[in-house]
Design a protein around this ligand. Structure first.
Ligand SMILES: [Zn+2]
Ligand SMILES: [Zn+2]
Length: 253
């Protein structure tokens, strides 16, 4: 399995209006973050987790030319806004794209992308198939995916376990029973927004604590704000088995 981080940023860390902070002004590519998403290649199966506003740019950058499915963590705009560009895969692959998400996420997708669900569709709109994720594991190709329910303030969000790789973003709480699903991961990805406390995201200390509790071989943090500070100094102060993820980072497991 090859994991590629398509984006590792929190929306606040992606300047829309020019920002003069050291991270936004940095020349280091490790400080340039797009909205959070990850690509997973497992044998012939190619999937992405979330399609934020930067989806098109990310797919071009990583030369992803085949996509079998999209799985969604939750319905916030920074995770779904780029879905319309799935049309290109529809044209190329000549079939609808399966979208996996919980009930709330699929409902929001139906509202935001209503034109893809109309009875008489305008030609060329995205062709999508909705697949609801329940508490049970499901398969895409040969890839088995176990959903993990975490909390994002008061919103239940899905994390996913793909064999030894566990991916969680946009969480600020994981129940003890769901935490059991994280145990024995080789690689754990968790969100860490910045150093201060936040109402809906783990901060750096809280994310480190979870890693120390569930003890993966290696952990990477994602969904990082520019307020975290520069990549290199923050990264070098983390425990040995933890690193900040960055856009374009590839892992093989
Ligand atoms: Zn969110
Ligand atoms: Zn988010």
């Amino acid at each position: 399995m090859i994991i590629t981080f398509l984006g590792t940023g929190h929306s606040q860390g992606i300047p829309v209006i020019a920002c003069d902070c050291p991270v936004c002004q940095s020349d280091n590519p490790l400080d340039k973050r797009l909205r959070t998403s990850v690509h997973i290649q497992h044998n012939d199966t190619s999937i992405v987790v979330d399609t934020g506003p930067d989806f098109r740019q990310q797919v071009l950058r990583e030369n992803i030319t085949k996509l079998d499915a999209i799985i969604y963590t939750h319905q916030h705009k920074d995770h779904i806004a780029g879905l319309d560009d799935v049309r290109s895969f529809n044209f190329k692959q000549k079939k609808p794209m399966p979208l996996y998400g919980n009930e709330d996420t699929l409902e929001q997708i139906k509202k935001d992308f209503y034109y893809a669900f109309e009875e008489n569709k305008y030609p060329g709109v995205p062709q999508i198939l909705l697949e609801e994720i329940t508490k049970k594991s499901f398969n895409i190709g040969e890839l088995k995916i176990e959903p993990i329910e975490v909390m994002h303030y008061n919103l239940p969000v899905l994390g996913f376990r793909f064999g030894d790789f566990t991916y969680i973003t946009d969480a600020n709480y994981i129940s003890e029973s769901e935490k059991l699903k994280l145990l024995n991961s080789k690689i754990l990805v968790l969100n860490a927004i910045f150093r201060d406390e936040h109402y809906s995201h783990f901060n750096l200390d809280q994310a480190v604590k979870i890693v120390q509790e569930v003890k993966p071989e290696k952990a990477y943090f994602t969904h990082i704000s520019h307020r975290m500070g520069l990549h290199n100094p923050v990264n070098s102060e983390l425990p040995k088995n933890i690193e900040l993820a960055y856009d374009g980072l590839k892992l093989e497991i």
